[in-house]
Design a protein around this ligand. Structure first.
Ligand code: SF4
Length: 512
């Protein structure tokens, strides 16, 4: 926008100051200024074809936008968000910005948010409150909110009403538009909002700045079509759409060539990979079959949905090699009745059948899971079914949560009728079982030699190194720093509930 347009825009604002709607309508001057999310639109799942864009590039006019400026991104939530942050950092760097680790030093601050729990949202609003002082001291500072929270209408409305220090809000489908959004935020006095509620496309070739050079994340698909009744993700991340196998394979090959030791294939529901392809029959099993041929020592995937976990995938996982023998398989409840209310689309029996099938094919497999306690209508007997299923599967650990309603989800309309003290008591009982079974799983490692991918110094003691086994068990041990980034053999000398202690036996030169 040139100066003339800017002055005209200001004039429009002042002449229409009594007319709030037109005062904010800058759309004739900007490419996009106010495009707010709509939950109603996000619920729609049309037959519209997924579009693949591989022509991302930084427009000439934005190339030096970041010269002399620094950016800071705070990330909340899951690995998908962590990986989105890597992409946004890549875009910032391509624009000429420098990275900084403190908000005080930053010219642009982004909060990459998570909407999964109300608690996570409150943290973000708290952080925005703190940033208000900084914005007052430095009005030229840009503050942005992105990620899943920004896909929610209520959040955007709250920001517009209460958090005027926010300069831009953009959604999970708009990350590739960051250069344009920044440009408009610099030019506009209004909060720039760009949140597409459309089902989503696949954008390739986005720059990335990966955190670390040992483990890497690779998105294989986006979105979710499952609509579990407690979950906001299908509304915030759009419909299920898979990246083309050749693009995924090429990215994994590049990471292997750069010396990465482990990759995790990411998606909200990775087992649905390929279901949206119309021209080829290709699922996660086929993709893993290709990836297992690539020279990268460890390959993982998350998150799995039991319903889409098919026989082909089990067959490929059973062939081992670089495919890890640890499966995170969220069950959420052990009661068929509760699973039905959750709309998980499987029964207790079907889940157990799947576990039995996987165990038969991969005898050495370990399972971990996610569980919600105190779902609407959950009875004591139904909760006990979760406890018995936990024992029956022999989970090695779990992420456990008390149910709390998320605005915009179907469950939020159900009566939250399990009293909080009952929920807490159930969670405590479940957690005791989780601890007991985790400690028992760890005990089996006493005296064993395990392979550990060494990630760095222990958080609590720089003299000690820390890393993970193939089954994702944390191991602390003394070894020279040269072991960092390698897979080494460690003899376990002590087992705890959540970690193992040991001593290095030898450095592995090569891992098959
Ligand atoms: S599978 Fe269910 S819980 Fe997982 S992201 Fe989709 S809707 Fe949410």
């Amino acid at each position: 926008m040139n100066e003339k347009q800017r002055l005209e825009a200001q004039q429009v604002e002042s002449t229409n100051s009594s007319d709030k709607k037109s005062a904010k309508d800058y759309s004739q001057y900007f490419e996009t200024v106010l495009q707010a999310p709509s939950l109603k639109d996000a619920k729609k799942r049309g037959k519209e074809e997924v579009k693949y864009h591989s022509d991302f590039q930084i427009s000439e006019q934005f190339r030096n936008m970041g010269d002399g400026r620094k950016f800071y991104i705070r990330t909340y939530g899951c690995q998908m968000n962590e990986h989105d942050t890597e992409v946004m950092a890549g875009i910032f760097m391509a624009l000429g910005y420098e990275i900084t680790s403190t908000v005080e030093d930053a010219n642009v601050i982004l909060l990459n948010t998570c909407a999964i729990r109300e608690n996570a949202e409150n943290k973000v609003f708290g952080e925005l409150g703190h940033l208000k002082t900084l914005k007052k001291e430095r009005p030229d500072l840009l503050i942005g909110v992105c990620g899943c929270m920004s896909q929610e209408e209520s959040v955007v409305n709250k920001i517009l009403k209460t958090y005027q220090q926010v300069d831009m809000v953009f959604g999970t489908h708009n990350i590739h538009r960051l250069p344009n959004i920044l440009h408009e935020a610099y030019m506009s006095k209004e909060t720039v909002i760009e949140v597409w509620s459309k089902e989503g496309d696949v954008i390739e070739n986005l720059p990335k700045v990966r955190r670390g050079n040992i483990k890497g994340w690779v998105n294989i698909m986006y979105g979710c079509d499952k609509f579990c009744t407690y979950c906001i993700v299908p509304y915030t991340r759009g419909k299920e759409r898979s990246r083309r196998p050749e693009d995924v394979i090429q990215e994994v090959r590049q990471l292997a060539a750069q010396g990465y030791q482990e990759i995790t294939l990411l998606g909200q529901n990775v087992n649905a990979y390929g279901k949206d392809f119309e021209d080829i029959q290709y699922g996660l099993g086929e993709l893993m079959q290709e990836i297992r041929k690539i020279d990268i020592p460890r390959v993982r995937f998350m998150t799995s949905h039991p319903r889409d976990f098919d026989d082909r995938l089990i067959e490929v996982l059973a062939s081992g090699g670089n495919l890890m023998n640890h499966i995170h398989l969220p069950v959420q409840s052990g009661s068929t009745e509760v699973l039905k209310i959750m709309a998980r689309k499987y029964t207790r029996e079907q889940y157990l059948e799947l576990v039995a099938k996987i165990k038969a094919a991969i005898p050495d497999v370990s399972f971990t899971t996610d569980i919600i306690v105190g779902y609407p209508n959950e009875t004591e007997e139904q909760f006990e079914e979760t406890m018995s299923l936990y024992r029956e599967v022999g989970f090695e650990t779990a992420y456990t949560f008390i149910y709390s309603p998320r605005e915009g989800t179907p469950a939020a309309k159900m009566e939250d009728n399990v009293p909080m003290e009952v929920k807490k008591e159930r969670l405590q009982r479940l957690n005791s079982l989780v601890n007991e079974m985790s400690a028992a799983a760890m005990k089996k490692y006493e005296g064993q030699i395990v392979e550990v991918l060494v990630e760095g110094e222990s958080k609590y003691n720089p003299e000690v190194l820390a890393g993970y086994t193939s089954k994702s068990k944390l191991v602390n041990f003394k070894a020279p720093k040269t072991a960092i980034g390698k897979i080494v053999k460690v003899r376990i000398t002590e087992t705890k509930t959540w970690s193992l202690n040991g001593e290095m036996v030898e450095e592995l030169v090569e891992v098959n």
